[in-house]
Design a binder for this molecule. Structure first.
Ligand code: SF4
Length: 829
């Protein structure tokens, strides 16, 4: 990090959105020649404000973490300041602890990010050596071709990001899909942390409901916001602060009055379903008052029962929206839902008693939740509820039915497609799911198993780090080590030989159980350590990319600097391999296979974007992300506000969509939404999980932390974040800690039948007794090492939250914790 600098009046200005979470806050990038700084007088700086005056907290200023000095490929040095944009409707100038240091993540050869990958590397034996792009592509393409020809397309496995923000974007995702699905034709494909190529919300899709239905504005208009299995203060910070909290504080009451003419408009309420008392719960209570917040601390894995019990109360009291259901839902599915999920054939007293027993939530709270969501307001108007969910539900027991249960609840109450309503995931990263269709069927093939079995002769990992984040992560790393060794040895033995001879030697190693591992990333990750070919990629700011945020707001994240060294945009890497493969097949006279790799001749980021736009029709087969009529010039003009997808061209004008399903149409053949009934009775935990639960003392919940983005791929290099979290932390109840002789900051070990991991103890009453919470994806201790390979058979989504382990004290390393705080975060006023 550098000391802060003032952008001069004539600084270049670029519009972008934050590279981190799904909220996609708007930022302005100021760039000017290093050493030619502006001044404090309003006429001397790019902000036009008097910086000699003390600026308010929400004013415009540049802190050291918001500034950096970069060097372009031509050797010229520039100052860059990245400042939250007050004009952006998403964040209105708010930054978060992550976005406030975007400038610190930029590549500098003499700063903390100097460990970025800058050249391709090849692994020969135990070491990585520099290799040129031409040789890397020639070798990789030859081995991939040999695998397709000998073992078929499924022998080429991949695990790639599917997201926007970061280095993703529509552009890179389109190229990845074109290469692996249109070109290679493999079904051995998986999405970043997961073992398969699947939606996390298949059930919403089957119901005809989009994953992201509402605009952020709706969080200001709702009477009640329901949040299931999410911690939005930490994970969707500025959506929570700038929209949800405006509702709870009553700031949005005038907006409600002007939008609906409600005489009874009042501050909103929030229901949070989470076993933990998170900082989101505490913050909501501070802002809205404890009486406006209902915290339901359910037992793990019991969400379906809770949501259906709330639904049963609503149906019993006739608060459901029969007009909406009659007009917009397939009625026969509603009947099945009432029978199976709401159990209308059983007395409500029985159903509620069982719900209380299974979920641990008091009956009065279940009834209160139903009232807040659906009880008619004064003058009989329907309540407006916004239903949100995320990993607690998605990664919970029975992914498919969990998602079905919350979507069903929204349909039951007509809470979708109207202002102040919606049923949406809160999301992690921004979205850019623009790809040709996956060639396999559902449930998708389990790639982790294919890698462990050796069915994947090539495993290409891009922009993700399965050694940390997949389930049974230790087994994944073991497979990469064991199957990678013969290939690394073959490459060492053929050093100096021509590329055809080296490729032949690698194929021989593959015949003997080896796997060629390629990793495409921006840093040397734990997974990249096992790669035979390491391919340096460009990141956010080093290419133009487009993403949508959690309300489908599409922006251009403008390029404002060169990638380091020889790093290239992901789409360009894939296109280079595709052209090589096409040439190899043409040389052999196999035009059919050669043609699968044609049309990778893009020259610019926008050419990929436009190519995807033409194929991605926006005709109902891709309802959420369709972006008809949009090009970069339009997005540049629209700046940090962009427009919300799907777009349509009406009378020559491109028109966005504030919310999905506004016209009452859903993405099913009938155009009507479908209820998806649960399968009662509650089956309990799957055998593998039940066994773990019996054997080990603590339930190990896991999730995100405000300070650490994903696997800390940037943050582990930045002193502020790294010192804040030198090891993962584990929240445990103070009485449990005391029983085990553990105090705050002790080094502890978590162990179960899957593996073990070390962490720092963080005693807090945020968790109940017998529960613990571990931050996910920390590179020095991966929760994935404890996660079993149980998946929902309907979707191949793992039960990442279903982990039980024992905890023991290892010792204490005072030096390690000097920069770590163990003060409670969830203290209400
Ligand atoms: S809330 Fe999310 S998008 Fe906004 S600044 Fe923070 S990390 Fe970036």
């Amino acid at each position: 990090m550098s000391s802060s600098r003032i952008p001069p009046r004539d600084a270049e200005v670029y519009a972008t959105a934050c590279q981190f979470c799904i909220v996609g806050c708007g930022y302005k990038v100021y760039k000017w020649p290093a050493g030619r700084d502006g001044g404090t007088a309003p006429g001397d700086n790019a902000f036009g404000v008097d910086l000699a005056e003390q600026q308010p907290a929400d004013g415009v200023w540049v802190s050291p973490s918001m500034h950096n000095v970069i060097t372009e490929r031509d050797g010229n040095r520039y100052s860059v300041a990245i400042v939250a944009d007050k004009e952006c409707v998403v964040n209105a100038g708010l930054a978060s602890v992550r976005g406030g240091s975007l400038a610190s993540t930029l590549y500098t050869a003499d700063g903390p990010t100097r460990s970025r990958l800058t050249t391709p590397l090849i692994r020969e034996g135990d070491t990585h050596q520099v290799i040129g792009w031409t040789e890397a592509v020639a070798l990789g393409a030859r081995v991939i071709k040999a695998c397709i020809d000998r073992w078929g397309p499924d022998s080429v496995g991949m695990k790639f990001f599917d997201h926007g923000g970061g280095g993703g974007g529509f552009e890179n995702n389109w190229a990845i899909g074109r290469f692996f699905f249109d070109g290679v034709g493999t079904r051995t494909a998986a999405i970043h942390n997961r073992p398969a190529y699947n939606s996390e919300v298949h059930a919403a899709g089957d119901a005809g409901v989009a994953p992201l239905t509402n605009g952020y504005l709706d969080a200001e208009l709702a009477d009640t916001i329901l949040i299931v299995g999410a911690n939005p203060y930490e994970a969707q910070t500025n959506y929570f602060l700038n929209h949800m909290m405006r509702n709870l504080s009553g700031e949005s009451v005038p907006l409600k009055r002007s939008s609906f003419g409600d005489a009874d408009a009042e501050a909103g309420r929030m229901i949070i379903v989470d076993p933990r008392r998170t900082i989101s719960v505490a913050s909501a209570e501070i802002v809205g008052g404890a009486e406006q917040v209902l915290h339901l601390r359910l037992e793990p894995g019991t969400d379906i029962w809770l949501l259906n019990a709330i639904g049963r109360v609503i149906a019993e009291r006739r608060w459901h929206d029969s007009t909406f259901i009659g007009a917009h839902c397939e009625v026969q599915t509603f009947e099945a839902y009432q029978r199976n999920s709401l159990m209308v054939d059983r007395p409500i007293a029985d159903v509620l008693a069982e719900a209380v027993r299974i979920t641990g939530v008091a009956e009065a709270d279940i009834v209160k939740a139903a009232e807040w969501i659906a009880k008619p307001r004064k003058a009989g108007r329907r309540a407006r509820a916004l239903l949100h969910y995320e990993k607690g539900l998605i990664w919970g027991l029975k992914n498919y039915e969990n998602i079905a249960a919350i979507v069903d609840l929204a349909l039951l109450t007509g809470n979708v497609g109207r202002p102040g309503t919606g049923v949406s995931r809160l999301g992690g990263h921004q979205e850019a799911y623009v790809r040709p269709p996956y060639p396999g069927s559902r449930p998708a093939l389990n790639v982790d198993e294919a890698v462990r079995r050796g069915d994947a002769k090539v495993f290409w990992i891009g922009g993700c780090n399965p050694v940390l984040t997949t389930l049974r992560a230790e087994a994944m790393e073991g497979a990469l080590k064991e199957r990678g060794k013969p290939v690394a040895d073959a490459l060492a033995a053929t050093r100096g030989l021509d590329v055809d001879q080296r490729a032949e030697a690698v194929v021989e190693a593959l015949k003997n159980g080896g796997t060629l591992v390629l990793v495409q990333d921006i840093y040397m990750t734990a997974s990249a350590n096992h790669a035979h070919l390491v391919l340096p990629a460009a990141q956010w700011g080093e290419m133009n990319l487009t993403s949508i945020n959690g309300e489908r707001r599409l922006r251009l994240h403008q390029r404002f600097m060169d990638p380091p060294g020889e790093a290239m945009a992901d789409w360009r890497i894939l296109a280079t391999f595709a052209r090589e493969l096409r040439q190899l097949y043409l040389t052999e006279g196999d035009t059919a296979l050669a043609n699968r790799f044609r049309d990778f001749d893009w020259e610019t980021d926008e050419a990929v974007f436009i190519d995807a736009r033409h194929t991605f029709k926006g005709d109902g087969s891709d309802p959420m992300e369709g972006y008809a009529g949009v090009d970069y010039a339009m997005l540049r003009d629209l700046g940090t506000n962009g427009l919300q997808t799907p777009t349509r061209v009406i009378d020559g004008q491109v028109v966005g969509s504030v919310r999905m399903h506004e016209h009452g149409r859903f993405s099913t053949p009938s155009g009507k939404a479908r209820f998806i009934p649960a399968s009662p009775p509650w089956e309990g935990y799957a055998a593998k999980v039940a066994k773990q639960r019996e054997r080990y003392r603590f339930w190990i919940n896991n999730g995100r932390s405000n300070h650490l983005w994903q696997t800390m791929y940037h943050h582990r290099h930045l002193p502020f974040y790294n010192e804040r979290s030198p090891l993962p932390y584990v929240e445990m109840h103070p009485e449990d800690a005391s029983e085990l002789g553990i105090t705050a900051g002790d080094l502890i070990e978590l162990a179960n039948d899957m593996g073990n991991v070390q962490a720092l103890a963080y005693p807090t009453d945020a968790v109940k007794r017998g529960h613990a919470f571990m931050v996910f994806g920390q590179p020095r201790g991966a929760a994935g090492d404890l996660i079993s390979d149980h998946v929902d058979p309907a979707t191949t989504i793992p039960y990442y939250k279903g982990v039980w382990a024992d905890i023991r004290r290892v010792g204490r390393i005072p030096e390690l914790i000097k920069t770590v705080s163990f003060l409670p975060q969830n203290v209400a006023g």
